[in-house]
Design a protein around this ligand. Structure first.
Ligand SMILES: [Zn+2]
Length: 119
């Protein structure tokens, strides 16, 4: 269940921009001006965040954060027993299942058969 992403209005953008003093939210101390600005959710939507962006990031910092977020979201899913080894065991039981052995249809040839071939 993922909430729909929404975008900031011009007004909301300006309010957040002022709150951050025109600086990137990640704490790198660089100005947002003169580069690409991304709207960002402090709490990722994947982790039940608000669908409304609430911070402004420089494009490069944002890329880095998104990568971290993806890692955090997949970790949360593992811990929520949706994916991963524990989840698989909960579904399928603790034992590994071996595949059915398929024996060859062709019979092994005896030494006698092989000597007949040579003649
Ligand atoms: Zn930054």
């Amino acid at each position: 269940m993922t909430a729909k992403r929404t975008r900031l209005s011009k007004f909301e953008f300006a309010v957040i921009f002022r709150e951050q003093n025109g600086l990137c939210k990640c704490g790198c101390g660089l100005s947002l001006e003169g580069g690409q600005i991304d709207e960002e959710h402090t709490r990722p939507i994947g982790l039940l965040g608000d669908p409304k962006p609430d911070s402004l990031w420089r494009r490069e910092c944002h890329k880095r954060k998104t990568k971290d977020d993806i890692a955090r979201i997949s970790k949360a899913e593992r811990q929520g027993l949706r994916t991963g080894q524990q989840a698989r065991r909960a579904r399928n039981g603790p034992k590994m299942k071996s595949r059915k052995t398929v024996w060859p249809k062709r019979k092994f040839r005896s030494k006698k058969d092989q000597s007949n071939d040579r003649e």
